[in-house]
Structures are given as structure tokens and as C-alpha cells.
Design a protein around this ligand. Structure first.
Ligand code: ADP
Ligand code: MG
Length: 606
């Protein structure tokens, strides 16, 4: 295979896969602010409610802070001063603050959920639309799981931040700062004494954060091991059982599970040291205030109410500090997730119609390749291919595996654009017409007839939602699948997912033929679509094919001799070039490549 000449082909295509960063390798926390700024527009439609939510968060924090201050007033101005009216007033305010806090808390949770879920749905929808619009090449370079993970795990990580994280940040941040401010205002000396526990708390929390982040990362890696082991062995159960490897699989399963357990135990140990440690610090802080503050009360330098308020506020410190330190993890995962999500959203589709590209008019279906060269990466896999297919003609592409047959088909369907040369349908360069108008007139039946969840009817209607049941039955009849569909208990309404595993490969393939027939494209490409069908139903398949291919242009990539011989013309592809073409008889008479392939097949069939 020749190397692509330097400087040729659009640079972005050549460099594409090489410079495309792996979105899973994004380092978190690099430019969080920029990432969050990109998230802001998603809140804009809900701006009023977002602002109201934040106001309610402030209210929640304020009412939470009111308690110890009210207790101080009750003790110093009510109880100690013997003024019952003050005491009663404080009690009333106390109850009111509680009620306001409760209502604000309810509305704040409700509204942050309301806004958060809408933002996430919008984000997920945008991401899905964008992925669906990205060309096949992008999806072939990405493991499917990665795209799914963008839409599930990553959006979920953002969810954690947007709903719980933001609330926690505002409420806990304000509570903490408010408590510090109030204590300093009451009595700065006692405040500084109480703050003496902060360095210890900060140190402990810092160590805890590092260790627990590491421990949780380990558990995530270990659980991924468990998952992939399960996935491999359950989906490969036939092979496992076939080779009698159950014991081996079991031993391996126990090993990865033991590692997972160890990783979990580490998180238990880390939390087990930290949380009781915080309790200890709280006790120490209270003791400090009681001792130093108590002595100053005895010296009549401090009121009992202020000391009680101090003990109360000390309690409000610890919760925010712990919550805020947990928030750090949420924050980091959300930043990493957002980077990955925006990484996808900012991937420009490579295959787009030129702006204002006209629709492809209804075509007769003549296909022409002119000097087409193409490569997925640095190397070309198709070299200067010229090919002319008349409207209505059936052309069989044959050749060894890896010759470039499927690639040729993908170029004709414009799943890729050629690096050199052009692909024309009825004289229209595919790059110059809108993609949907081409796809509407073209169908591909791949090797694995993919069926979506839903009924047989849903699957058949996939490309033409308006088709009636009569249309569907007619299509099934023409490909010879009506009998087997009718024999299913629910007929057309049979759910393929429930019964999916019971449909044989041949039946699935017949259904995908019928689906193509319902769509009724002018141009049909079958890529090894008959290879998974058992020989017994060969006759039926051949009849189905005859019906399917009649009256349209067809490009058939096939291994099956009977299919190939039926074609109007056979094109032999080798090493990305057209090696020879002609009818079966021509090519046999020539005694070249095809004749060689043919005698191999005959020998294999014998
Ligand atoms: N998505 C892809 N990315 C990179 N290389 C590919 C891709 N698809 C096919 N190729 C390579 O292109 C060449 C032609 O493949 P293909 O067209 O599938 O051959 P055929 O259908 O004749 O077996 C092979 O060398 C194959 O490895
Ligand atoms: Mg192929």
C-alpha cells in the first residue's frame, strides 16, 4: 500500500486521527472557569428561576445561622435579665425562623432540581443530536462505550454538581463564612481561641481528601475490572463453556472481586479514621470554649449567652467543612466530565453539505467514480479507482478480504468523502448536494442486519414511517419472510428484543432485506448481506434478492457464487484497485483473477 503523497488531500483529514485528542485523557481542573462559562448558556432559558434558587439558598443559610444568636439573646436579655417578654419574643422568632428555613429549603430543593434537570436534559439532547450528526468515521474511531459514557456517566457527574453541588457550595460556604463573621463580631479573642482547631481540621481534611480521592479512584478502576470481566465472560459464554474454561473464569472472577473488596476496604479505613477524628476535634473545640469562655464568664468579662452561642456556632462549622471538602471531588469529576462533553460538542462534523447545497433531485441511479483515492489514516486503501455503474444495473464487487470493497461502498453512500477524485450519482458530485437528499434515495444492508428494540413492524418502518401494514406485509412476502413472521405469536407486532435472540441470523437478514424494500431506495448497497444465511434457505434468499434488486441500481458485495453469477457485471477489487471487470462468462473466458477466485470457490464448495 502506497503512502499518501505529502501535501496531498485535505490536511485535516490526514492529521485528523493523529491530533484528535482522546477525550478520556483530559486532565481535570486545567481550565475549570472556561468550562463553567460554557455551561452558563444552558442556564439562560431558566435565568429567573436560577436567581430565585440562589436567593433561597442564601435564605436557608441565614435561617440556619439564626439559632445560636437567638439563644444568646434569650439567655442574656431574657433569662439573665429576668425579662419574660424578651424570652417569649425570641421563642416566637425562633419558630418563625424555623418555618422560613423549612419553606425556603423546600422551594430551594424543588427549584434547583427543576432547573438542574432541565439543563441536563438540554445538554444531553444537544450531545445526542451532535453525535448523531457526526460522520461514521468519527464513530469508527471511537469505541461505542466511550460515546455512551459521555451521555450517561459524564452527564451524571455534571448532574451531581448542578443539583447537589451548587446548593452545597452556596449554603455551606455562606454558613461557614457567616459563622466566622458572627463569632469575630461577638468576641474576637474567644473566636480566635475557637478557631485554634481549624489548622488541625484543615490538615486532617486535606489528608483525608487526598487519600479518599485515591481510594475512590481505585474502587472505580477495580469495579471496571469486575464489569469487564463479567461482560467478557457472559457475552463469551459459548466460548467459555465450549472450551470448558468455567473454573478458570471463576478463579479470575474471584481475583478481580477480591481486588475490588480490598479497594473498598481502603475507603472504609480512610473514612473510619477521619469522621470520628472530626468528632474528637469538635469535642476539643467545645472544651476549649468552655474552659476559656467559662473563665471569662466567671471574670464577668463575657456573658453566658455569648458562650452558649459560641458552642452552637462551633457545631455549624464542622458540617460545612466536611461537605465542602467532599464537594471538591464532585467539582473535579464535573470539570473532567464537562471537558469531555464539550470536547464532543466541539468536534465539527467533517461530512457536511456545502451551505445551501441543493437537494439531489430524484435520480435514475447511475453511479460514477472518477479517479477516487481514499484512506482512513495516512495510507490510501483505494487508489485512483474509476468505475461506471449504469442506472438499474446490478454490480457484484468481489475480491479478497481487505481489498477495499466495503470502503468503496461507504464512499458511494457518502459515509466518507474521497481524498482525491469524485463520486457522482446521475452526474451530481455527492459533495455538492445535501446529505439527507442522497440518503433518502439510497439504502445499505450491512452484514449484520441490526434490529432496533421494538416490534418487527417498527423495524420495517424504520426508513419510511408512513408505510402501512399492507406495505410491510407485501415487502415481507416479496423477500419470502411472510410465512415465518406470521408463524410468530404476535406476527408483525412481535417484539424483536424479547424474541431477538430467538430470531436466527438468516431471519434477521430477511427482515433487513424487507426493511430495505419498504424504504424502496433507487440505489441499494448490500455489503456481504447474505453471508450469514445458512445454505438451506439459499433458494429463498436468492429469490428475495431478485425481488430486492429488480428495478434499482444495486451494488452487491458477496461471497456467494450464485449471487455473483446473477449480477449484470462483476468487478474484481484487489489492493484498492479495480483488477478486472466484466460478466461472469467474459471473466471466465479471460482466465484472469476472477477465474482463479472462481476455481478456489468451486474447490471449497466441493
Ligand atoms: N474504519 C476503518 N479505519 C481504518 N482502516 C479501515 C477501516 N475500515 C477498513 N479499513 C482498512 O481498509 C482496508 C479495506 O477494508 P475494506 O474496505 O473493509 O475491505 P473489504 O470490504 O474488501 O474486506 C483494509 O486494509 C482495512 O483494514
Ligand atoms: Mg467488507
Amino acid at each position: 500500500m502506497s503512502t499518501r503523497p505529502p501535501g496531498q488531500g485535505p490536511a485535516s483529514r490526514v492529521l485528523g486521527p493523529a491530533v484528535e485528542r482522546d477525550p478520556d485523557d483530559v486532565r481535570p481542573n486545567r481550565v475549570p472557569r472556561r468550562v463553567f462559562r460554557k455551561l452558563l448558556p444552558y442556564f439562560r432559558p431558566y435565568a429567573a428561576r436560577t436567581i430565585l434558587t440562589i436567593a433561597l439558598m442564601v435564605m436557608v443559610a441565614l435561617t440556619g445561622l439564626a439559632g445560636p444568636a437567638l439563644a444568646q439573646v434569650a439567655i442574656d436579655r431574657g433569662i439573665t435579665a429576668g425579662d419574660e417578654a424578651v424570652l417569649v419574643a425570641v421563642v416566637v422568632v425562633f419558630v418563625l425562623a424555623g418555618l422560613v428555613g423549612w419553606l425556603a429549603g423546600y422551594w430551594q430543593s424543588y427549584l434547583s432540581g427543576w432547573v438542574g434537570e432541565r439543563v441536563l436534559l438540554d445538554l444531553r439532547t444537544k450531545l445526542f443530536d451532535h453525535m448523531m450528526g457526526l460522520e461514521l468515521g468519527h464513530h469508527e474511531r471511537q469505541p461505542t462505550g466511550r460515546s455512551v459514557s459521555r451521555l450517561t456517566n459524564d452527564v451524571e457527574a455534571v448532574n451531581m454538581l448542578v443539583t447537589d453541588g451548587a446548593t452545597s457550595l452556596v449554603v455551606n460556604g455562606l454558613t461557614f463564612l457567616g459563622a466566622v463573621g458572627i463569632l469575630l463580631w461577638y468576641d474576637w479573642k474567644l473566636a480566635l481561641a475557637a478557631f485554634a482547631i481549624f489548622p488541625l481540621l484543615a490538615l486532617g481534611t486535606g489528608i483525608f481528601r487526598v487519600r479518599s480521592t485515591r481510594a475512590y479512584r481505585h474502587t472505580r478502576e477495580r469495579v471496571a475490572d469486575v464489569m469487564s470481566h463479567l461482560q467478557e465472560n457472559i457475552s463469551g459464554i459459548r466460548v467459555v463453556q465450549g472450551h470448558g474454561r468455567q473454573d478458570q473464569a471463576r478463579r479470575e472472577f474471584i481475583r478481580v472481586n477480591r481486588d475490588y473488596r480490598e479497594a473498598n476496604m481502603e475507603t472504609v479505613r480512610v473514612s473510619g479514621v477521619y469522621f470520628p477524628g472530626v468528632e474528637l476535634l469538635a469535642a476539643l473545640g467545645t472544651a476549649l470554649i468552655l474552659y476559656y469562655g467559662g473563665n471569662r464568664v466567671l471574670d464577668e468579662d463575657l456573658t453566658v449567652g455569648v458562650m452558649v452561642a459560641f458552642i452552637g456556632y462551633l457545631g455549624t462549622f464542622f458540617d460545612p467543612i466536611q461537605q465542602l471538602s467532599q464537594l471538591y471531588n464532585t467539582f473535579q469529576s464535573a470539570v473532567a466530565a464537562l471537558e469531555k462533553i464539550f470536547g464532543v460538542l466541539e468536534t465539527e462534523p467533517e461530512l457536511t453539505s456545502a451551505p445551501g447545497a441543493p437537494d439531489l433531485p430524484p435520480v435514475a441511479g447511475a453511479v460514477r467514480l472518477e479517479g477516487v483515492s481514499f484512506g482512513y489514516g495516512r495510507e490510501y486503501v483505494l487508489h485512483d479507482v474509476d468505475l461506471d455503474i449504469a442506472a438499474g444495473e446490478t454490480v457484484a464487487l468481489v475480491g479478497p478480504t481487505g481489498a477495499g470493497k466495503s470502503t468503496l461502498a461507504k464512499l458511494i453512500a457518502r459515509l466518507y468523502d474521497p481524498d482525491e477524485g469524485r463520486v457522482l450519482v446521475d452526474g451530481h458530485d455527492l459533495r455538492m448536494v445535501s446529505v439527507p437528499s442522497l440518503r433518502a434515495q439510497l439504502g445499505i444492508v450491512p452484514q449484520e442486519g441490526h434490529l432496533f428494540g421494538g416490534s418487527i413492524a417498527d423495524n420495517l418502518r424504520f426508513a419510511r414511517p408512513g408505510a402501512t401494514d399492507e406495505d410491510l406485509r407485501a415487502a415481507l412476502g416479496m423477500v419470502g419472510a411472510l410465512e415465518f413472521v406470521d408463524s410468530l405469536p404476535d406476527g408483525l407486532d412481535t417484539d424483536v428484543q424479547e424474541r431477538g435472540s430467538r430470531l436466527s441470523a438468516g431471519q434477521r437478514q430477511l427482515l433487513s432485506f424487507a426493511r430495505a424494500l419498504v424504504a424502496d431506495p433507487r440505489l441499494l448497497i448490500l455489503d456481504e448481506a447474505t453471508s450469514s444465511i445458512d445454505l438451506r434457505s439459499e433458494r429463498r434468499i436468492e429469490q428475495a434478492l431478485d425481488t430486492l434488486l429488480a428495478g434499482r441500481t444495486a451494488i452487491v458485495i458477496a461471497h456467494r457464487l450464485s449471487t455473483i453469477r446473477r449480477a449484470d457485471r462483476i468487478v474484481v477489487v484487489e489492493d484498492g484497485r479495480v483488477a478486472e471487470q466484466g460478466t461472469h462468462d467474459d471473466l471466465m473466458a479471460r482466465g484472469g483473477r476472477y477465474a482463479g477466485l472462481y476455481s478456489d470457490w468451486e474447490r471449497a464448495a466441493a
